[in-house]
Design a protein. Sequence first.
Length: 351
Amino acid sequence: MNMSKSAQAIINPSVLRCGRLGPGQAVAATAGGVALAALAFWLTPLQGRAGFLLVTYLAGTTGYLLAASKIEGRRSVVDRLAAVLMVTTVGICLLALGSVLIYTAVRGVKALDWYFFTHSMNGVGPRDDAGGAYHAIVGTLQQVLLAALFAVPSGLLVAIYLTEYGTGRLASLVRTVIDVMVGIPSIVAGLFIYAFWVLGLRRGFSGLAAAMALAILMLPIVVRSAEEMIKLVPPALREAAYALGIPRWRAILRVVLPTASAGITTGVMLAVARVTGETAPLLLTAFGFDSIQNDPFSGPQSSLPLFVFGQASSAFSAAVDRAWAGALTLIAVVLLLTVAARLVTRRNRLV
């Protein structure tokens, strides 16, 4: 088929290349860029590990993209550049996360033993090698579970209202309030419960007060995540339920929520992870206690964030080791809760 001269002038021949960059060619091009970067550091005054890694990455990426441009055309370069940037961003995030986890594990495993999980800090000095975090683990589990008991059902109800029933100014007002609550600093939630519950009602410090402060932080996250997941449920499922004569509330309970359960669980676990490591609200509500306190409704109670905060503030190595062990335990608790929630959700979906 003959093309006009104007069309031939507009079309860039490099765009029409139909070759494909093979794995060997990609590796060779990247290796060439890396070799040029190493040669530049060898022949020039350039030095430093960070500078070498940065220059090597840029040179290798440039070589890879130039090879793609020669073989596949310029249009493919944009796609490959986006892929490289995406992989790089994910790699940086995983590297940062892995570094934190590995460093915490290396420092915290020194003080981890059976004694650490079965004893409290009652009567233990900062220089003593004894002492454990049993009281803090109990406090964290009770406070987080109480906060979830307060925030998750109410958050789901608000999300259902906003997606299924809410219209007009009231729904708009509720969304505005939720948006404002997302940006509330954690210390503000602690101050509110401290002024209202601890001082105003004279209930004193307790694990319950800490749970209420954590629930305030959890609520907007649960509402937002559940709302988005419910919106993703296909309307055809609702219409099919209505066509069978099922009431709206039963369709929501038996069709909509089970379909969105995986995403809702993810949002709930994000909220749990968000509040599990909070320290500022607990200083004003739970206050902390070195002995075992199994009753979250009366008296001060410790938690893992307060335990880590108190031990890390010490100048003695034994206390600092306990702080690292507490941080590692806190990470393990969040991981176990997340895995358990995922298993429960998967089981429900299979049933």
